[in-house]
Write a protein that binds this ligand. Structure first.
Ligand code: SF4
Ligand code: SF4
Length: 341
């Protein structure tokens, strides 16, 4: 979904987004080499290769819809085809149809990556599979199936997603307020013209337009991105305890699931000796010494691996495993969309 890498994540964004959220361009974001979409490691198992992670209907703000339309390529054809269905066509942009949103919210834990009928309307065949890659939204830019830095990397992408989405949302609202949405039953050409005008408006925005969008919430999201980015390569805390979500057999030992079922860590079975010593009371260095004394095959580097994969955490850390945090179907948005029609 992401297309990988820092440059891939922010490339082709309209400039006002990086002016409003300079962290997106200034901070070094992980390249996420393991999320290698061109040779997707998830195709076949656990994801269906006919959809991979694009079992999704992104909410595209109007100015991104317009940018995709004016490229006059396969992506613009896909967007025009999507506009034929009025469900989800709004002044804000093009959202997922309501029935799709309900089904997604109900089944995403089991059907994500597998339900072919959920294939994104902008999907095309080929290794990268996205016809609107240059104009994809914050969710598609920041979602990765695996994270080279494990849980800290996942946390960073979630807050980057929140910041990018907030800026997209602010710009989409500004366009709607200035241009006024067409009549809901207006022909497709009228809607397409509106979204093209949104793209042009965002291109022409100037500093004073953007100043009005710099609210306390945006400043707080930016600060949060800097904070989480600063913790990306932090050391393992002194005291950690196991939070193993699942144990699977593996030819090389065991596969331990911590923060994500899609990014487990594989270690020899003697890792259980170490896990038993990491009791959340004694410092991990002492626990490691005791484990090595009991079984010399235990390796010092395992603690960092377990930490990065969320298999051991601070006792105070939330115990949730991988989730759909920060996708654009947050309860408030969803409820607003569902109750509006
Ligand atoms: S599952 Fe999606 S993000 Fe992961 S490698 Fe495959 S296409 Fe890329
Ligand atoms: S917009 Fe592109 S990356 Fe996002 S779900 Fe659709 S095909 Fe996948």
């Amino acid at each position: 979904m992401s297309g990988g890498g820092q440059n891939g994540s922010i490339r082709h964004l309209p400039l006002p987004i990086t002016w409003l959220a300079p962290e997106l361009a200034a901070l070094e974001l992980p390249e996420e080499r393991a999320s290698s979409c061109a040779s997707c490691p998830m195709a076949g198992a656990p994801f269906d290769p006919a959809v991979r992670c694009c079992t999704y209907h992104p909410s595209l703000p109007g100015f991104l819809v317009g940018r995709a339309l004016r490229r006059a390529d396969t992506g613009s054809e896909r967007v025009l085809a999507r506009l034929e269905d009025p469900d989800g066509r709004t002044g804000w942009g093009v959202r997922a149809p309501r029935a799709w949103q309900r089904e997604y919210r109900r089944d995403r834990e089991v059907a994500f990556g597998r339900r072919v009928s959920w294939r994104c309307p902008y999907w095309v065949e080929g290794p990268l599979s996205c016809s609107i890659w240059r104009d994809r939204n914050a969710v598609c830019r920041t979602w990765h199936c695996k994270h080279d830095d494990g849980l800290p990397g996942h946390r960073l992408w979630v807050v980057v997603r929140g910041l990018m989405h907030a800026v997209e949302d602010a710009l989409a609202r500004l366009c709607e307020a200035r241009l006024g949405a067409p009549d809901p039953d207006a022909p497709v050409e009228v809607w397409a013209g509106y979204y093209l005008a949104c793209a042009e408006l965002v291109d022409r925005l100037e500093a004073e337009d953007l100043l009005a969008l710099e609210d306390p919430e945006l400043l707080s999201l930016r600060a949060r991105v800097r904070e989480v980015h600063g913790a990306l390569h932090g050391e393992v805390p002194d005291v950690v305890a196991p939070q193993v979500a699942e144990v699977r057999e593996h030819p090389d030992g065991v596969e331990l699931v911590g923060y994500s079922p899609w990014n487990p860590v594989v270690l020899p079975r003697s890792v259980f000796v170490l896990l038993a010593e990491l009791d959340g009371e004694r410092p991990w260095r002492e626990a490691l010494e005791r484990a090595v004394a009991a079984d010399p095959s235990v390796q010092a580097g395992w603690v960092e691996l377990l930490w990065r994969h969320g298999v051991v955490r601070r006792k105070s850390d939330p115990d949730a495993t991988w989730g759909f945090e920060g996708d654009d179907l947050d309860p408030d948005t969803l409820d607003r969309v569902l109750s509006s029609g």
